[in-house]
Ligand binder design. Structure first.
Ligand code: GLY
Length: 356
């Protein structure tokens, strides 16, 4: 089985990527089964699609496996839901030996990971991502969290899973727009770390029906694993993963959450960040054009007018600003991300020209 290692000393863990892997989960996890309770945390629709079969397979293999569902969407990332899941786990007689299986996209992974990090001061968990975005990004690196009224992910932890189990076949059951949106994050990895991969993505995008998802997921996971291994707590290198996210998040906030997919907003944010990189005299014009052409191969939504001042005000509220400094991710060249701490406000506002 193809395995990528996240190297964090004694907290190191494997990412398994293989088509059809879902059916092999009982055998992959058999060494870890000491008779404890296993709880699948998911959503009801995902339980119907994948989870009930997984639970049955695990039970047949001798696992004491139950499940808890979360509501669909960001509503799941609330203190109420968090506390409901904890109470349900107590009712289910879970204890410190219980292992959580987070089956879902980013929202499920974030909540289940946070529950794992805090239930009885921390229990073990695995990520089983079911969206492209979760497969290549949110399931790896241990970021967990929930939202409060004041903002998204303001309560959370960095708490690494015991493993990430990725089955790219799941992508076949998702709406194509969902998958295409997730490709924004795949492009990001090529843009910040691997020009050759970016070139491959560009040719693969010429025929989306034959897009080699397993290959693209593998390379993306390997880049994320490498970055997290070098900078788990986002002191420097890990910031590069925010390429396209600063303006992307501002676009999401300006349009209203749920109005645009996260991956789509990131793709648009990358066009703006490419434009900024060129304006700063760092990225060559032809390279920025190439990046823009690749992103244009995704079918992205037509945006309504967005007020540059509002976008800037959301950028200023970005929780990634540290000690008043915005570490804006730019490209030195394709395949080589960097940060710039002195991007003028005007330039951020003007970068919307790249997408409107
Ligand atoms: N999604 C960005 C990170 O994991 O750092």
């Amino acid at each position: 089985m193809k395995t990528i290692q996240v190297k964090l000393g004694e907290r190191s863990y494997p990412i398994y990527v293989e088509s059809g892997l879902l059916n092999k989960i009982p055998s992959i996890l058999s060494d870890q089964n000491d008779g404890q309770r296993w709880i699948i945390i998911s959503q009801y629709n995902l339980m119907e699609l994948l989870g009930f079969e997984l639970q049955a397979d695990l039970k047949n293999a001798g696992f004491d496996c139950d499940f808890i569902t979360l509501p669909v969407g960001e509503a799941a990332k609330s203190l109420n839901e968090f506390s409901r899941v904890i109470s349900q786990m107590i009712e289910m007689r879970c204890d410190r030996s219980t292992t959580i299986l987070a089956l879902g996209g980013g929202v499920v992974g974030d909540v289940a990971g946070f529950v794992a990090s805090s239930f009885m001061r921390g229990i073990e968990y695995y990520q089983i991502p079911t969206t492209l975005l979760a497969m290549v990004d949110s399931s790896i690196g241990g970021k967990t969290g929930i939202n409060i009224t004041e903002g998204k992910n303001l309560v959370g932890s960095i708490y690494q899973p015991l493993g990430v189990l990725v089955d790219p076949v799941i992508l076949d059951s998702l709406p194509q727009e969902e998958v295409i949106a997730g490709l924004g994050e795949v492009i990001k990895y090529g843009a910040i770390r691997d020009a050759h991969f970016l070139n491959n993505i560009s040719s693969w995008l010429n025929n989306i029906d034959s897009f080699p998802f397993e290959k693209a997921v593998m390379r993306s996971c390997a880049i994320k694993a490498e970055i997290v291994s070098l900078d788990e707590r986002e002191g420097g290198l890990r910031r590069l993963l925010n390429f396209g996210h600063t303006i992307g998040h501002a676009i999401e906030a300006h349009l209203g959450y749920g109005k645009i997919r996260h991956g789509e907003a990131v793709a648009l944010g990358m066009k703006c960040a490419g434009w900024v990189s060129e304006q700063l005299g760092i990225l060559k014009n032809d390279e920025n054009q190439l990046l823009s052409d690749i992103i244009n191969k995704l079918t992205l939504p037509i945006l309504p007018f967005m007020d540059p001042n509002t976008i800037l005000s959301f950028v200023k509220k970005d929780k990634k600003i540290r000690s008043g400094v915005l570490h804006f991710v730019v490209l030195d060249e394709l395949g080589k991300g960097n940060t710039c701490d002195t991007v003028p406000d005007e330039m951020i506002m003007n970068s919307l020209k790249a997408i409107q």
